[in-house]
Design a protein around this ligand. Structure first.
Ligand code: PLP
Length: 432
């Protein structure tokens, strides 16, 4: 999509650049790693975005994960409209919060009690504080390439935008904060065992994206998550699954349902908001009861449990529980992964397309990527022309080599077939 095709977006971006740092309210939206000017979205419906210049794009970003039912789903819109009639925020408990808690507890295996927050970042920040408060320990373990939002102590070797922009460690974080964070390679059991033996009774929690999806998409090797669970139990360390991305996407109960590995705490976000700003963290009741007002771990939020956001999220979760679209979602993602692999193989391009449920990633690499270093070693320079070529042909992939692609229930058989065609021709173009 050239600059001359997008005069309205370009004008908006020029205005935004003067007023908003980098012209965007979240860095990866600036298209820095794929080049060009970001398009502005005027409206979105189903699997499609309509740009401010009137172009329709088949969308595989799905608002970075939440839009599992596609954009502007009529049932979610209706639920929000109905809630709106009653008011936008009360500052008291409201009935939606109870229904939301019941749904989450019912659907997510590890969650006995849950607290709502306003973003995934708040969820991980609060879960870490809870792990520290409950254990009386300070250190936490995270894994290179896993992104848990922009929490100070977790923005160390993070994925997502921090990785794309080449500044995994942000300015403004005291070294002493990051000093309590031990960063380990994913899928390396030896490194995990060593960390536990070097810091006996010091590690409050281990936070992990059970399927890391902020540096592409990496899957656990057989037995890895099970061994992590066993080590945490043995050392009295709180195991936190960050399922902000994978929760309700990989299965109704996320990766923990899929693998049978149950964490102590779970962070949620994205899909549970149905497109509105929501996060949640929950887990074992005895741990959650350390939170104020029952316990000494403070955590709060003016808009937490907001009725509009709850109404949207409840509807999104019910659609998943009642419609059980997971097989169909997975088959669409699989079809795209197969098309990409076939196109690459025919043209001699080394491409890996890891896929889990309705998510897939792309690595220009000879063999499957099992950790962050291998993700970094992939030929990311090939992603930029692939992205641009797909965009020219009407398919919007995430504007970074390190983000996962998402399929929604609104992607039709025709959308998938058209996308397979577009990606095949994009691979052809970059291989020439
Ligand atoms: N955790 C994971 C796994 C994420 O993918 C993200 C965001 O992409 C977050 C946490 C942070 O969520 P939010 O952007 O809502 O703060």
């Amino acid at each position: 999509m050239s600059a001359s095709d997008s005069p309205v977006s370009n004008d908006l971006f020029n205005r935004a650049l003067k007023l908003i740092p980098g012209g965007v309210n979240s860095p990866v939206r600036a298209f820095r790693s794929v080049g060009g000017t970001p398009f502005f979205t005027q409206s979105a419906k189903g699997a499609r975005l309509t740009t401010a210049d009137g172009r329709e794009l088949i969308d595989y970003v799905c608002t970075w994960g939440p839009a599992i039912h596609g954009h502007n789903h009529p049932a979610i819109r209706e639920a929000v409209a109905e809630a709106l009639e009653r008011g936008t925020s009360f500052g008291t408990p409201n009935p939606y919060e109870v229904e939301m808690a019941e749904l989450i507890v019912d659907m997510v295996p590890s969650v006995e009690k849950v607290r709502m927050v306003n973003s995934g970042t708040e969820a991980t920040m609060s879960a870490i504080r809870l792990a520290r408060g409950a254990t009386g320990r300070d250190k936490i373990i995270k894994f290179a390439g896993c992104y848990h939002g922009h929490v100070d102590s977790l923005l160390v070797k993070a994925g997502s935008g921090a990785l794309t922009l080449g500044n995994p460690d942000s300015a403004g974080i005291p070294a002493s904060f990051a000093g309590e964070t031990i960063v380990l390679p994913y899928n390396d059991l030896g490194a995990l065992q060593l960390a536990f033996s070097e810091h006996p009774e010091k590690i409050a929690g281990v936070i992990i994206e059970p399927y890391p999806a902020n540096c592409g998409l990496i899957l656990p090797q057989t037995g890895y998550l099970e061994a992590l669970r066993e080590l945490c139990t043995r050392h009295g360390t709180v195991l936190i699954f960050d399922e902000v991305m994978t929760g309700f996407r990989i299965a109704p109960g996320g990766v923990q349902e899929k693998t049978g590995v149950t964490p102590d705490l779970t962070c949620l976000g994205k899909i549970i908001g149905g497109g509105l700003p929501v996060g949640a963290f929950g887990g074992r009741a005895d741990l959650m009861d350390h939170l104020a007002p029952l316990g000494p771990v403070y955590q709060a939020g003016t808009l937490s449990g907001n009725p509009l956001a709850m109404a949207a999220g409840i509807t999104a979760l019910k659609l998943l529980r009642e419609g059980d679209p997971y097989k169909r979602l997975e088959s669409s993602a699989k079809q795209l992964a197969i098309a990409l692999k076939l196109a690459a193989a025919n043209l001699g391009v080394a491409l890996q397309v890891p896929q889990a449920g309705s998510m897939f990633g792309l690595y220009f690499a000879d063999k499957p990527v099992t950790n962050f270093d291998e993700a970094l070693a992939s030929r990311t320079e090939l992603f930029k022309p692939l992205f641009q070529c797909a965009l020219d042909l009407g398919v919007y992939l995430p504007p970074s080599a390190y983000e996962a692609c998402f399929v929604s229930t609104a992607h039709t058989v025709n959308d998938i077939a058209r996308t397979a065609e577009v990606l095949t021709s994009a691979i052809k173009q970059i291989s020439e």
